[in-house]
Design a protein around this ligand. Sequence first.
Ligand code: PLP
Length: 374
Amino acid sequence: MIYLDNAATTKMDSRVLEAMLPYLSESYLNPSAFYQGAVKIRMQVEGARRSIAEKLGVPSDTIFFTSGGTESDNWAIRLAAQLQCEKGKHIITSAIEHPAVLNTFKYLQENGYDVTYVGVDRTGRIDITQLKEAIREDTVLISIMHANNELGTIEPIEEIGRIAHEKGILFHTDAVQTFGHIPIDVEACNIDLMSVSGHKLYGPKGVGFLYIRDRRSFGRLLFGGSQEKGLRPGTENVPGIIGLSKAVEIAYDRLEQDITNVSALRDLFAAEIKKAISGVCINGDNEHHLPGTVNVTFPNISGEALLIALDQSGICASAGSACSAGAIEPSHVLIACGLTPEEAERTLRFSIGRNNTQEEILKTISVLKTICRV
Ligand code: PLP
């Protein structure tokens, strides 16, 4: 199998599995329990939190473990809006967010909030002028993703964070596609809330975290016990948390190396596909893009037919995001960029990761060339 769908999920690093195994067997005690063995587990969880916080350069009491990106997005957006409803009910996001963000905004819209969806240019970059114009006296939240999961386009979050803070508006960013892949400076970007998921960075599924800059002014999505300082109740996913922290440690250790290697493979893919198939169009921003994501519109062949043919050759890619796979509608992201539904239908995402090789890229191009010639 040639796996070119790393934006959907990544293969867990074997060192992550090794770190998790004891917590799936003998180290099973509930971290909230009184006895010494449980206290040890609690200390391991706190060690994981500290280790992640250090990588981000933030205090460890700003990291709250969750079940992943979807929960973190829901929690951040719902609570940021609801806790400020006295101040205002206008909230801003972009047209290209992940469904975890878009559907939370939709829920709030159905419950009395006024939502502005800021547009993007052809490359998927946020229209900053439109964003500034959208801000009102009663705007209480701006949620813009760090990088888009379909295009790989990186958004100008430093500028967006500055604009938000100048106006006293909370800023949330979905960093599910970026944390552990490119550097993030939460201070410089004025990020108040940030969502992260473990399985996108060679860690386990079903675990992630929400960074909350100021927990004193924040609330809970779930109700229950006193775990995570009472803000995110439920017995901790100890193996997941330990695995996540190990994955983050590995990602930060090899961040520069991964960026260099994966970018080189992406450049190779982009150059070779243009040579091999005339009329292909690479979408997204040429300069501001994730190291491994390439979004390609093919001439005269449907994305679905391509995906099936690629699958028959053992190559995994994706049409739109994994979460909307199976849906027949064209990708909302590509439509927001100005592609026609017909162009969107001829578009695939290839997402390269640290385990891919040059041979795999060249083999994929050669298979694509053969499919497109038929
Ligand atoms: N946000 C983005 C940008 C994503 O790409 C994804 C997953 O595809 C999510 C959120 C959801 O994360 P999770 O799968 O951890 O719930």
